[in-house]
Design a protein around this ligand. Structure first.
Ligand code: FEO
Length: 414
């Protein structure tokens, strides 16, 4: 899906239930989310306006370059920005709140509602005066007359200050990053209006890229919301579709992703300058396939780490195969290793190392990085000089056998 054709196209505000409006925007301009992750299908920043008998509240905002579109939509649904009593900050990151200073300058009666942890950061991040900031504790509510907002602290999704907001009368959970996905909202804003399979795949990639390091916190948040017994009729995240037909499915998906069940699958991440490493890994891949292990063979020089993390979500093992380059791990493979380290994405997985070189091994550097990433490294670590010797070939066979044995214990992949 490509949203470049939608650049500059204005999506109308939408009433999602009576007196609650989607006032979000599509970003079809950025090529990289967080300047890291490719978003060929764009991304949405969903924001919402709740209109109560005694005033209005805005839930979250958008990235700075789309501020005027967002503020214009709020103005269209409230009529007079002075009616806004509250701007709720569920999560401070600028993709949601770089627009908030501008909104507050126009909505002169509005106060910011934010978690105490967020309150410590918001003033300096967005220059919001102290007297406009109100801290909300876990479980606090505010009333708009006939609409009540309840705040649920769900820290570390994926920043320390994160919370969710629940609209009691309508059963809407505004969850910000949680349950989000990449992908601009092209054919509609609801799960039953869009090509859902696309967004589900992009939700998996988004999860692996953005929140996977905080999987335990995601699980804690889901358990907390379930324990509170909130009836969720509409799940309204800040990225991707709004769920009204498949609420249980997206919650179940996030639950699964936050406690990945690795299976008999190996991801081989390789780099090959002149074809020799590729020849070795292709032979290794064939052996795995014959043993009934699922294999993903990925050329790190040609696939962005965003997709490699996503494709590895259920892999029981990752083999890193690379030549030495300038006395170091071949840069594209090193880059993937660094992403695994930053995201701690090796936890619960095995790793194997296969280094080819002509004049200097780079195994030590690889071992250090992968150890720090949470992997359990399987021996023998292979370093083959020039052409693999018969001894090297035996070691590769031994390594593959060990991995097959360990991977079979995990059971086959669905
Ligand atoms: Fe969508 Fe963590 O910002």
């Amino acid at each position: 899906m490509d949203c470049t054709d939608l650049r500059g196209v204005y999506l109308e505000p939408r009433e999602i239930v009576p007196k609650v409006f989607w006032v979000g925007v599509n970003d079809c301009v950025k090529d990289l989310f967080e300047s890291l992750w490719p978003i060929p299908g764009g991304i949405s920043y969903n924001a919402y306006t709740v209109i109560g008998a005694n005033g209005a509240a805005v839930i979250d905002g958008v990235d700075e370059h789309l501020t005027y579109e967002y503020v214009g939509k709020i103005w269209r649904v409230v009529g007079d920005l002075r009616k806004i009593k509250y701007v709720v900050i569920n999560h401070l990151e600028p993709d949601h709140h770089a627009s908030t200073s501008k909104l507050l300058s126009l909505a002169e009666n509005a106060q910011v509602l934010i978690s105490p942890t967020g309150a410590k950061i918001v003033e300096s991040l967005y220059s919001i005066p102290k007297d406009r900031i109100v801290e909300v504790r876990d479980g606090d509510t505010v009333s708009l007359g006939d609409k009540t907002l309840r705040f649920i602290h769900t820290p570390w999704l994926h920043w320390p200050e994160t919370m969710m907001t629940y609209l009691e009368e309508d059963g809407i959970l505004f969850s910000c990053d949680a349950f989000g996905s990449y992908g601009a909202l092209i054919s509609g804003i609801f799960d039953d209006e869009v090509e859902l399979n696309y967004y589900i795949e992009e939700a998996k990639r988004y999860f692996s890229n953005i929140v996977s390091k905080y999987s335990k916190n995601v699980l804690d948040a889901i358990n907390k919301v379930e324990k509170l017994g909130l009836k969720i009729k509409v799940l309204a995240p800040s990225h991707g579709p709004i769920y009204r037909k498949h609420v249980d499915s997206i919650v179940a998906l996030y639950r699964d992703l936050s406690q990945p069940k690795v299976c008999a699958k190996v991801t081989i991440v390789y780099g090959s300058m002149y074809g020799r490493t590729e020849e070795i890994v292709k032979a290794v891949a064939e052996t795995f396939e014959k043993s009934g292990v699922v294999v993903d063979l990925i050329d790190a020089a040609r696939v962005h780490p965003s997709y490699i993390l996503h494709l590895t979500w259920n892999s029981g093992a990752v083999i890193f195969a690379f030549p030495t380059y300038d006395a170091s791990v071949f840069p594209p493979v090193k880059e993937v290793m660094n992403y695994f380290y930053v995201k701690q994405y090796g936890r619960g997985r095995l790793a194997a190392i296969l280094n080819t070189f002509s004049w200097g091994s780079s195994v030590k550097e690889a071992v250090e990085t992968l150890n720090k990433s949470g992997f359990q490294i399987v021996e023998p670590v292979i370093a083959t000089k020039s052409q693999p010797t018969s001894e090297d070939k035996k070691k590769i066979e031994e390594l593959v056998e060990k991995l097959v044995t360990e991977l079979r214990k995990l059971g086959s992949c669905p």
